[in-house]
Design a protein around this ligand. Sequence first.
Ligand SMILES: Nc1ncnc2c1ncn2[C@@H]1O[C@H](COP(=O)(O)OP(=O)(O)OP(=O)(O)O)[C@@H](O)[C@H]1O
Length: 821
Amino acid sequence: MIPSIRALTPATRIRGSSARFLTNNRPTIHAHSPLRNNHSTLRGHNSASFLLSFYQKRDNSTQTPQTPPRESDKKPKSKDEPQGAATEGRLTNENKPTEKSHEADGKSADQESSNSRIWGSNDPANKGNDGSKSQRSSENGQRRQSNNGNNNSQGGPSWIPGPGKKAEYKMDVPSLVTSAIVSYILYKTVVPGENNREITWQEFRTTFFDKGLVDKLTVVNRQRVKVSLHKEATSRVYPDSNAAAGNLVYYFSIGSVEAFERRLDDAQRELGIPSSERIPVAYKDEISWFSTFLSFGPTLMLLGTLFWFSRRASSGGSQSGIFGIGKSRAKLFNHETDIRTKFKDVAGMDEAKEEIMEFVKFLQEPGVYKKLGAKIPRGAILSGPPGTGKTLLAKATAGEAQVPFFSVSGSEFIEMFVGVGPSRVRDLFAKARKNAPCIIFVDEIDAIGKSRAKANFGGGNDERESTLNQLLTEMDGFNTSEQVVVLAGTNRPDVLDKALMRPGRFDRHIAIDRPTMEGRKQIFLVHLKRIVTNENLDELAGKLSALTPGFSGADIANCVNEAALIAARKIADSVSLTHFEQAIERVIGGLEKKSLVLSPEEKRTVAYHEAGHAVCGWFLKHADPLLKVSIIPRGQGALGYAQYLPPGDSYLMNVSQLMDRMAMTLGGRVSEELHFETVTSGASDDFNKVTRMATAMVTKWGMSKDIGYIYFEEDPNQLHKPFSEETARKIDTEVRRLVDEAYQECRRLLTEKKREVGLIAEELLSKEVLGRDDMIRILGKRPFEERDKQFEKYFHPKEVSAPPPPATEMPPEPEPRPPVA
Ligand SMILES: Nc1ncnc2c1ncn2[C@@H]1O[C@H](COP(=O)(O)OP(=O)(O)OP(=O)(O)O)[C@@H](O)[C@H]1O
C-alpha cells in the first residue's frame, strides 16, 4: 500500500500539458544544428581551399612557358570548368591592392587573404551561419588588418581560429571520406591532368610542328593526340619552358582519326618531309579510372546501402552485420571489471538473499554438493513488482560468486525473422558454457515464457513458442556438472508456462515483494550514502521509510535522487528533510503544474473538496492519518490532493476501516454539496474507488450478509458473469447499501464539522498546502490514538505508548497506485 491521495480531476486538463511538453522538446533538436553548421563549414573549407590552390598553381604555370599569348589562357579552359570557381580565382588575382600588400608579406599571406575574400566576410552565407563565428572571423580580419595594413582584408574565414584559439571541429569519418572524394572528383573534372595542356591544331603547327620539335604523336582513345617533343630541340627553342623538361604534356583533340591522318599527311607534305622521316604516329587506348568508377557507381551504391543497413540493424548488439542476426544479444559483464554489485548493496530482502546464496555457494564450491550426490538447482525465477531489485539481486549474485554475468531481456530473443529466437537462445547457452562457471539473467522472461496453453497464444506467436521450447531444451541439456545458473526476472509469474517452473528448470521461485518499513529504511541508507546531507542518516532513513509505505527500491532510489536534484535547483549546500519531502510528494503525486491556473471559483471548489477529505480523515476513528493536503495542481490532471498514510505495513483491513475509508473518500463531494449550490465533476475518481471497495467487500471479502461467503472471480475476458441474474441484482443492492451507509456517515460528520471544513478550506486558499501541524493547529489534536506506531515514532517520538498491532494473516485486495485523482 502506498500513501493514498484523494484529488480532484478534470481529465481535459491533461492534454494541454503534454502538448506543451512536445513543443518544449523542440529546442533540444535545434541544439544540434550548430554542430551541423560546423560540418558543412568544414567541408566547404576543404573544397574551397583546394580550388583556390588549384587556380594559383595554374596561373604560375601559364606564365612559365614563353609561348605566344593565347586567348584561351585568359578564359576558362573548358566548358566543364566551374564558372563560379574561375570567377573566384580571378577575383583574387584582379584585386590589386590585396595582391600588392600580400606580395610584401609573402605567399602564405596572399593565400590567406584570398581565402578571406572568397569564404570569409564576403560570404553572406557564412556570416549567417553562426553569429559568433562571423564575429570571430571579423575579429581575425581586424587583427590581420592591423598587422599588414591591408584595408581589403576585412575578416578571416569563419573557420580560422584567432591567435591562441583552438579550432574545435567535429568531423566524422563518413563526411571526411565524402568530402575527400567530392574534392578529388571536382579536381579531376576541372583539371584532367595537372601537367597537361590542351592546344589547338594551329598552335600545334606554329609552335612545335613547323619548328621541327615534334618527336612522336600518340592518338589516345581516337579522341586526343598527345604530342611528344624532342627535348633538346625544344630546350634550345624555348629555354625557360617546362615543356622542354618534359614536365608539361601538350595535346589536342581530333574529330576523327582519318581526318587527323589526312591533315598530318598534308602538313608533312607541305613541309616537304620525306616519307622515311615522317613523324611516327602511335595509337593507344587508355581506360579512365573515373569513368570506370562511374560505371560501377550504382552497384557500389547498392552494396554500400546494404552494408549500412546491416550495420544499423546490428548496432544494438555485439554482432556486426546482417549475418549476426541469429547471435545472442546478451551483454556479458565481466566479474573482474564490470560487476561491482555485492549483497551489501542490496538492502532488505534477506530471505531472497538467503535463498539465492545457495547458488553462490554452488558456483564457488561445487565439490561440496557433488560429493554428497546433491543435484544443483538449475535456476531461479525472481518475481515481484517492478523496481523491487530483481536485476540488482541477480547482479549481486554474480558479484558475490565472482563469475561472469550474461544479461539479456526476454524481448531481445524475438525478431521479425522466423528462427532467430531459438538461434539466439542456442547461441547464448553456447557462450555461457564456454564461460562457465557463469550466471545468465533473463529479464522480463514473460516475453517468451508465457503459458502456451493460453487461448491468445499461438498463430502469429509461433516464433515465441519455439523460442520457449528451445530455452526449455537448453535448460534440460545442462548436465549437472555444468556450472551455468539461469536466473530469470518477471513481474508476472502467474502467466508463465508451467513447463518453465518444473523442477530441473527454474527449480526455485523467489518472490520479492515491495520492501517493509525496515527494508525501506535499509534501502534508504544504501542510497543516502551517496548524498551530501547534514541530517542524522539513521533518523532520516527512518523518517523517510515511514513516509513512503508501498515504495519499491527503484522508487526509493528515484526519490533520493529527486531530493538531491531539488536541493541542487535551490542551490542548497546539502540535502535536507524538506527536499526529501518534496521529492516524495513529487514521486507520488507527479510534477507540480505551475502553469495550470485555475479561476478563483474553481480554486474555491478544489479547496472545499480537499478540506472535506481532510476533515473526514481527521475525525473518523478508523481513517488513515492525514499527512498533507494541497490545492497545487500536480501530475496527471490532479487539481488538488490530500495525502494520507495508510496503516504502515499492516496487511488486513476490517469492515470499520473500509467503511471509514469510503466515507473519507466521499468527503470531497459531500463538502461540495454542503458549501455550494451545485456540485462538480471532480469527484468521479472518488466514486470509482468507493464502488470498487464496496464491490470487493461484497463479492470477495464476504462482508455482506446477503451474498454470504462467496468469492466471485473478476475476469474481464469472460463474457458471462460467474453469478446468476438474481445474485447480480443482490450484489448491486448490497454495493449500493454500503456506499449509501458511507455517504450518510460522511454527511453527518461534515454537517457537524461544517465550520471546521470552512476553516481548513480558507487556510488552504491562502497557503495552498497544509501539513499535519497546521491541521493540529486548526482542528486540535486528533481525538484518536494513531494506529501507525512507526509514524508516531519518527514524527512524535514522545507519544509512543501503544503496543504494536496484532499479527495479521491475509493481505487486503491491493489497490492500484498511485491513487491520485
Ligand atoms: N533492495 C534494494 N536495495 C538497493 N537498491 C535497490 C533495491 N531494490 C531496488 N533498488 C534500486 O532500484 C533500481 C532498480 O532495480 P531493479 O532494476 O533491480 O528492479 P527490477 O525488479 O529488476 O525491476 P523490473 O521488474 O522493472 O525489471 C536499482 O538499480 C536500485 O538502485
